[in-house]
Design a binder for this molecule. Structure first.
Ligand SMILES: [Cu+2]
Length: 321
């Protein structure tokens, strides 16, 4: 598959300020052909109705970057197949039977990742409204702020899909994006190993990071990444052991997620580029014992990589259509 990609980073802010100019392409799209917008962060592109929806409703902070190409996938709830694309924080499904904006539906990923081992009582309805909080009788939970005018309540109320064309966010627009709270807040250790105040919603998981700058104190869990990464369907593993990558070369199909695991008691890296000049797309940072690094290959080709610390360590992944 040939794709013309023009990626032009203008500015990188604290987290992710990046402007991308997408080129024309013949790649499959969920709706009518449209210009693609591609992201070097993950190597995947959005186009058509999914691109429109992603851009109109918040982009990276809300949905994250695409982590798959659009593809037909069976919805576990309905048993029906829909054009589907995964993002770091959510899953888009195209329902052509619905009128816009309901032709793109978001997965209930918050409900899907709700841990089975949550302390008893966290899901039980709370007795009633707490002062200063937003009360949701539908599920019997409060959503509160953690700081002055800052926190889960303020975040929920100020973010939403853009349905009515009016400025600001109506409660309906917030429900459409996040859904209702499913739990009370509790301290929980996320997949990055941070133990933070956490509250689950139907379509999101809110985390409170009090040491971040104000605009990043509430972060959304990377649910799409966690769920799609947990699927054993399309994965391959490379061991880093005794100063070697094994297997290498590794042959995989486009769309495969490859995970490197360091089994040496010394740090290694997985880097594109050359030994002296690290490049992209592979860029693991230092992997200590038992650390892993994953990358999903969206395009065919041969990807050579290196350990930056040990010039003798080289490997490659051959990605076929
Ligand atoms: Cu090394």
């Amino acid at each position: 598959m040939s794709r013309l990609r023009i990626v032009h980073p203008l500015a990188a802010g604290l987290l992710l300020a990046l402007i991308v100019l997408g080129g024309m392409s013949s790649a499959p799209t969920p709706a009518a052909a449209a210009e693609e917008r591609c992201f070097e962060q993950t190597g995947f592109c959005i186009s058509g109705r999914f691109r429109e929806y992603w851009e109109q409703n918040g982009g990276v902070p809300v949905f994250g970057y695409p982590i798959t190409a659009p593809r037909d996938e069976v919805n576990r709830d309905t048993g029906q197949s829909y054009p589907t694309q995964w993002f770091e924080r959510n899953r888009f499904e195209l329902h052509t039977e619905n009128a816009a904006p309901y032709d793109v539906l978001l997965g209930r990923l918050g409900a899907e990742v709700l841990p089975a081992d949550l302390p008893a009582g966290l899901r039980d309805p709370e007795p009633g409204e707490k002062a200063g909080c937003r009360w949701f009788p539908v599920t019997g939970h409060n959503v509160c702020n953690q700081g002055a005018g800052l926190g889960f309540k303020a975040y929920w109320e100020s973010h939403g899909l853009e349905f009515d064309g009016r400025r600001g966010t109506s409660p309906e627009e917030s429900v459409a994006l996040f859904g209702y709270p499913l739990t009370a807040p509790t301290m929980y250790t996320n997949s990055s190993g941070d133990t933070v105040l956490t509250q689950w919603f139907e379509r999101a998981r809110f985390e409170w990071h009090p040491n971040n700058p104000n605009e990043f104190k509430v972060l959304l869990g990377l649910l799409g990444k966690e769920i799609s990464g947990a699927s054993p369907a399309a994965g391959a593993t490379v061991a880093i052991k005794v100063f070697a990558f094994n297997p290498s070369p590794l042959q995989v199909k486009v769309g495969t997620s490859v995970t490197w695991r360091n089994q040496d008691d010394i740090g290694h890296t997985v880097n594109s580029g050359t030994h002296d000049t690290p490049g992209v797309p592979l860029n693991s940072g230092i992997l200590n014992l038992n650390s892993t690094y994953s990358f999903t290959f969206a395009q065919a080709g041969t990807y050579s990589y290196y350990c930056q610390r040990h010039p003798s360590m080289q490997g490659s992944v051959v990605v076929t259509p």
